[in-house]
Design a protein around this ligand. Structure first.
Ligand SMILES: Nc1ncnc2c1ncn2[C@@H]1O[C@H](COP(=O)(O)OP(=O)(O)OP(=O)(O)O)[C@@H](O)[C@H]1O
Length: 252
């Protein structure tokens, strides 16, 4: 692998249908290790379906998905999470009646309870310390004892991001991290995502509708349309690709 970036995720020829709806057709995408990769496409183009297939939420009809070289397409969510790959959702999944610290602590799961990860076990003190450090990282330290349902939607998204980081993932799949967030807070979120990538070494694979955000964030972007891969390239290449422009203009 000299001089080349390894791919942490390799999707090859993946198809997935729901009954009569062909949501993904023969999709091949690489996610390079240590980078931020984007996934764009009009509504209903199959982005969330691909994420669900990668993290083991449902079986695929055909094709192959490799994580760090290992075939994972027959594994389910907890097995894949244990390998170090997690996702977040368009809607936040926090416990809104609990405070931020409690949400952070209960989000530590698989790694620490798995008999296979016995050496990764962290004691309560360590977990509390890590929760505080990550809440500081996302700018929520001052609000750590507030009931999380009282946070703004943008702050809840930051909390959910911090909760995912509690599991020390190798790869995080983020489904529209900026959706519903006040435009003035978006820059702060972009900055946090970049820092998680650079400082914590987390590879990010990001679905994003906001073009400005994804162009600013990702080194490489793939575009889906009608369940198929339309194009892959740098932000500049995609911005100037007539097929991508058409897919968006045609869809909106
Ligand atoms: N559980 C499901 N059952 C049946 N059809 C589904 C299911 N989930 C998605 N679909 C269909 O599969 C296609 C792809 O949907 P998907 O949610 O993957 O697209 P998307 O690009 O993530 O869309 P959006 O940007 O709106 O989130 C759509 O036609 C959708 O209606």
């Amino acid at each position: 692998m000299t001089g080349e970036t390894a791919n942490v995720i390799e999707v090859r020829g993946v198809s997935k249908s729901y009954g009569g709806v062909q949501a993904n057709t023969d999709i091949s995408i690489d996610v390079p290790d240590g980078m931020i990769t984007g996934l764009i496409g009009p509504n209903g183009s199959g982005k969330t379906t691909l994420f669900n297939s990668i993290v083991g939420y449902h079986p695929i009809d055909s094709g192959s998905i490799r994580f760090q070289g290992k075939e994972i397409s027959k594994l389910r969510v907890p097995d894949i999470a244990r390998l170090g790959m997690l996702r977040t959702f368009q809607q936040t999944r926090i416990y809104s009646k609990m405070n931020c610290m409690d949400n952070m602590q209960i989000s530590v799961s698989h790694r620490d309870t798995s008999p296979f990860a016995i050496f990764a076990l962290r004691d309560r003190g360590e977990i509390v310390e890590e929760a505080e450090r990550l809440l500081e990282f996302v700018g929520l330290y001052e609000k750590r004892f507030l009931i999380s349902g009282d946070l703004s939607f943008g702050q809840q998204k930051l909390l959910e991001f911090a909760m995912a980081l509690m599991n020390r993932p190798k790869v995080l799949l983020l489904d529209e991290p900026t959706a519903g967030i006040n435009p003035t807070l978006i820059n702060g979120l972009i900055d946090r995502l970049k820092r998680a990538n650079e400082e914590l070494g987390v590879t990010l694979f990001v679905i994003e509708h906001n073009m400005r955000v994804i162009m600013n964030l990702a080194g490489k972007i793939s575009c889906l349309a009608h369940g198929e891969l339309l194009a892959t390239g740098t932000p500049d290449e995609l911005q100037n690709d007539p097929r991508v422009v058409d897919a968006y203009l045609g869809a909106h």
